[in-house]
Design a protein around this ligand. Structure first.
Ligand SMILES: Nc1nc2c(ncn2[C@@H]2O[C@H](COP(=O)(O)OP(=O)(O)OP(=O)(O)O)[C@@H](O)[C@H]2O)c(=O)[nH]1
Length: 312
């Protein structure tokens, strides 16, 4: 990468998501990219469906890794909703990297994921052949060809196909460079040194935003952002009857939008709250008290400071 005196302008920032079937090596790769100092794990291990983030800080870029929950063939309504959550995450990130373990053949699970991903048109897609230390060069060669063929079969245009070993540290730096190159120019999104934020809060905010999006039109959808201000189990409840208190702000850009969001005598906001609460309860498995407020953050989409505050 060339030296530049205009650091500010050359700085890139954005989001990437690793996907792949269970055991494909996504978490290990996230850890390898973020650096050995942090183990990126959910702070509540029983909630395996959470979005986990790691943040790669570099002088030239900030790369936020969003680890989406697994995509499965939906068998239940909750399964479908989770899948919707996965695909909506894919549509919002800059890059999706599909991980294919080099020591295993590509199977129906991989085909399903790539087929679904192909429907998300805008997002850049790359393929990562993981765990190359476990496969012979011949096998890796075959694997790369199979990945390419899968791309053609599903109409997926791989921007790159990269072999890596996260445990051996092989090609991890190259992968970081490639991912950074796919991000748009933009300011630092998180303070230096911040490596993760709480996955549950991100997920909860996303569910509230989805509920708020339901039925809104025109430019309003892009103007909605949600921040969970506080989240915690209510004190003094008996063990079998937990209640999770969640205080969230729903930001819009203009006063007129605030009116639409709240609705007549607060009817719309109540609907949003009820729908979001049901989703959050299904997701986290705990009864929830959701306290939702609508606030105006003038033109937040154009204001980097606001963007950061709103978690972008
Ligand atoms: N030898 C080797 N093992 C690896 C590598 N990357 C991951 N593994 C191992 O593969 C297993 C699965 O890795 P994870 O990173 O947990 O995979 P994952 O895709 O996050 O798995 P899920 O959370 O189940 O979706 C673990 O035992 C890792 O230690 C690698 O580059 N080389």
């Amino acid at each position: 990468m060339s030296e530049t005196t205009q650091d500010q302008q050359e700085h890139r920032s954005g989001f990437a998501s690793f996907v792949g079937r269970p055991n494909a090596g996504k978490s290990t790769l996230t850890n390898a990219l973020v650096g050995s100092k942090v183990a990126i794990t959910s702070d509540k291990p029983q909630t395996t469906r959470t979005v986990v983030r790691g943040i790669v800080h570099r002088p030239d870029a900030q790369l936020v890794l969003v680890d989406t929950p697994g995509l499965h063939r939906p068998r239940t309504l909750l399964g479908e909703r989770l899948n919707d959550l996965v695909t909506s995450t894919w549509a919002e990130v800059d890059v999706v990297a599909v991980c294919f373990p080099s020591n295993e053949k590509i199977g129906p699970g991989d085909r399903f994921i790539v087929g679904e991903l192909a429907k998300v048109r805008r997002t850049t897609k790359i393929a990562v052949a993981t765990k190359t230390d476990l496969a012979s060069p011949e096998r890796i060669g075959e694997h790369l060809l199979a990945i390419q063929a899968l791309g053609q079969e599903t109409g997926t245009d791989w921007a790159e196909i990269v072999p890596v070993s996260a445990t051996a540290g092989d090609q991890v730096g190259l992968l970081a460079d490639l991912l950074v190159g796919m991000l748009p120019e933009g300011p630092q999104l998180y303070p230096d040194g911040e490596l993760t934020d709480s996955p549950e809060e991100v997920l909860v905010a996303e569910l509230v935003r989805e509920a708020a999006l339901d039925g809104v039109r025109d430019e309003l959808p892009h103007s909605i952002a949600v921040v969970v201000e506080e989240m915690g189990l209510r004190e003094g409840r008996s063990e079998g009857k937990p209640l999770l208190d969640i205080h969230a702000n729903l930001y819009v850009e203009r006063d007129s939008q605030k009116g639409i969001m709240i609705g007549r005598k607060g009817a719309r906001l109540r609907q949003v709250g009820t729908a979001a609460r049901a989703q959050i309860e299904a997701m986290l498995g705990t009864p929830v008290y959701l306290d939702l407020h609508v606030k105006v953050a003038k033109d937040w989409q154009r204001d980097p400071r606001q963007l950061r505050k709103l978690g972008f």
